[in-house]
Design a protein around this ligand. Structure first.
Ligand SMILES: O=C1Cc2cc(OC(F)(F)F)ccc2N1
Length: 148
């Protein structure tokens, strides 16, 4: 299966508990027709190393930008979210242009998916609540309708 897009992003690890610290790791992301995979990689050699995980494109219910807060570090200015049945996965692109390209490609794939989501949370789930609507239930219905 050939590569559609490939880029180095920071990903936010899914927090097990709301008190556990958030951690951010740089990974190589690869989009193919049916998967978005991410790898450990060697920056010096620019080589892919171990596959760390993936999400099947058909499982993605929504892709959207995420609003950042004012105190966002400079390497996490362009986040987007990939929402699948287990919730949102947060990825940080290096520029708005790179983010736009990935979100565009992923949206094109999601529109063909059986399960799509029209309501989502435009801000992060962080420290046990949605930063957009302050609901404290992660499964709370999205507070924003997806515009076209
Ligand atoms: O804990 C995790 C696993 C993960 C995967 C991911 O990228 C995706 F969608 F799988 F391509 C993005 C963020 C995270 N956080």
């Amino acid at each position: 299966m050939d590569v559609i897009l490939e880029d180095v992003f920071i990903k936010r690890s899914q927090q097990k508990k709301k008190t556990s610290p958030l951690n951010y790791k740089e990974r190589l992301f690869v989009l193919t027709q049916d998967r978005i995979s991410y790898y450990d990689y060697d920056a010096e050699k620019g080589k892919r190393k171990g596959l760390k995980g993936y999400v099947e494109v058909e499982k993605i219910k929504c892709v959207a930008n995420v609003f950042t807060e004012d105190n966002t570090p400079s390497d996490r200015l362009f986040p987007f979210q990939i929402i699948y049945d287990e919730g949102p996965l947060y990825v940080f692109a290096k520029s708005d242009q790179i983010r736009k390209h990935w979100v565009h490609e992923l949206k094109n794939k999601v529109m063909c998916n059986k399960e799509q989501m029209q309501k989502f949370h435009p801000c992060f789930w962080e420290d046990g609540l949605w930063k957009c609507c302050f609901q404290e239930v992660k499964q709370a219905m999205g507070c924003r309708v997806l515009e076209n």
